[in-house]
Design a protein around this ligand. Structure first.
Ligand code: PLP
Length: 393
């Protein structure tokens, strides 16, 4: 069997051994965390230890972590007009999003479509802060004083990091709240809720080496309250998310968050060096390769590139047959490769955008993975006559 090389960590990461061990321990614990007996209290301790670890990853208060079924649910919980801020119980009247958000944010959550608007990004995939300031100013002048703004920390396709704390200053000045989808940044770059000045922050376990199907929404302060949570019923998660907790998932999330926090200082530079090798090798094989987002700041694990005349679908299938798993732009949940809204927002011409291939690395990626990818890419490029020459127009 061909040796497999997994380079699609932005779609999902390999489970960390610490997470697997924590999940096994949780699965062996019979108790329901809501039960008062010793078994219940043991399960509760596991959930609360994980809550501490997840909060620790982003410098948050553990009491303000709400576990969910993943990043998508956390985004849906956050993006609602009904957010109370202390005694201010009036609804949020407008939702503003960067044009490059993940579909789980781009859909607008629980806002009516006509109350959602997008803020453009520049050609480097970075939000236009002047446009944000201008739009918020126009809203204030028209009497709308309670916007909710959602800006992702790192983009899942390009890896571009957004100027979140600068955006927060603008949003707060306009009386708004800022939600930050940190699914692709947490555990990869420093992601402190206070430094980012985020009011709400979304995390997902499976992007940082935890299990799939668990995530969290974190609040900066207890004054922010959701009177109308997505899932109602029991009082779990302080009334913000009913239902018996996914103890094993949460335990795995906590262990992965802890491992990611401890290793952050090492993994970032290590992955950065691997990516440098990848991008240099790619440019040597195909000098015309366009790597997107390089003029902005990127998380250290992501490369999105295109070579004119190479179709992403063909490349993905050929690489897969040669044992290499990568992705075309964002993962296609429907099995259909959709044109990337991120590259469109950056003004990339459709023909080039359609060829975009994403290579993303993670905690278990090695130098050998990169060499195998480059060998497979070279073979593919040779077969298409794209090696070592300029392929203009
Ligand atoms: N936000 C971003 C930026 C993502 O990349 C993803 C997953 O790809 C999500 C949210 C959704 O997270 P989950 O898969 O946990 O629902």
């Amino acid at each position: 069997m061909t040796e497999r090389v997994y380079l699609d960590w932005n779609a999902t990461a390999r489970l960390r051994p610490e997470a697997r061990a924590a999940m096994a321990a949780c699965l062996d614990e019979i108790g329901n965390p809501s039960s008062v007996h010793a078994e219940g209290r043991a399960a509760r301790r596991m959930v609360e230890a994980a809550r501490d670890a997840v909060a620790g990853l982003v410098g948050a208060d553990a009491a303000l972590v709400t576990f969910t079924s993943g990043g998508t649910e956390a985004n849906m919980l956050a993006l609602t007009p009904s957010i109370e801020a202390g005694s201010d119980k009036a609804p949020r009247e407008r939702l503003m999003l960067s044009a490059i958000e993940h579909p789980s944010v781009l859909c607008g959550g629980r806002f009516q479509a006509e109350t959602v608007e997008q803020i453009p990004v520049n050609e480097n995939g970075v939000i236009e802060l002047d446009a944000l300031r201008e739009r918020l100013g126009a809203l204030t002048r028209s009497g709308i004083r309670r916007p909710l703004v959602s800006i992702m920390h790192a983009n899942n396709e390009t890896g571009t990091v957004q100027p979140v704390s600068e955006a927060a200053d603008i949003v707060h000045e306009a009386g708004g709240f800022l939600h930050v989808d940190a699914v692709q940044s947490a555990g990869r770059i420093p992601c402190d809720i206070k430094t980012l000045k985020a009011d709400l922050l979304t995390l997902s376990a499976h992007k940082l080496g935890g299990p799939k199907g668990v995530g969290a929404l974190l609040r900066r302060t207890d004054a922010l309250h959701f009177p109308n949570p997505l899932i109602k019923g029991g009082g779990q998660e302080r009334g913000l998310r009913a239902g018996t907790e996914n103890v094993a998932g949460i335990g795995g999330f906590g262990a992965a968050a802890q491992a990611a926090s401890v290793l952050l200082g090492e993994e970032g530079p290590r992955l950065s060096a691997l990516r440098e090798r990848l991008e240099t090798g790619l440019k040597t094989i195909c000098p015309d390769a366009v790597i997107f987002g390089t003029k902005g700041i990127r998380v250290t694990n992501t490369t999105l590139f295109s070579v004119r005349g190479v179709k992403a679908e063909t490349a993905l299938i050929t690489l897969d047959l040669n044992g290499v798993a990568v992705s075309s732009g964002s993962a296609c949940s429907s099995g259909k490769v959709q044109p990337s809204h991120v590259l469109a927002a950056m003004g990339v011409e459709p023909a080039l955008a359609r060829g975009a291939i994403r290579v993303s690395l993670g905690w278990a990626s090695t130098a050998r993975d990169i060499e195998i990818f480059l060998d497979a890419w070279k073979k593919l490029a040779e077969s298409l006559g794209k090696v070592g020459r300029s392929i203009a127009a």
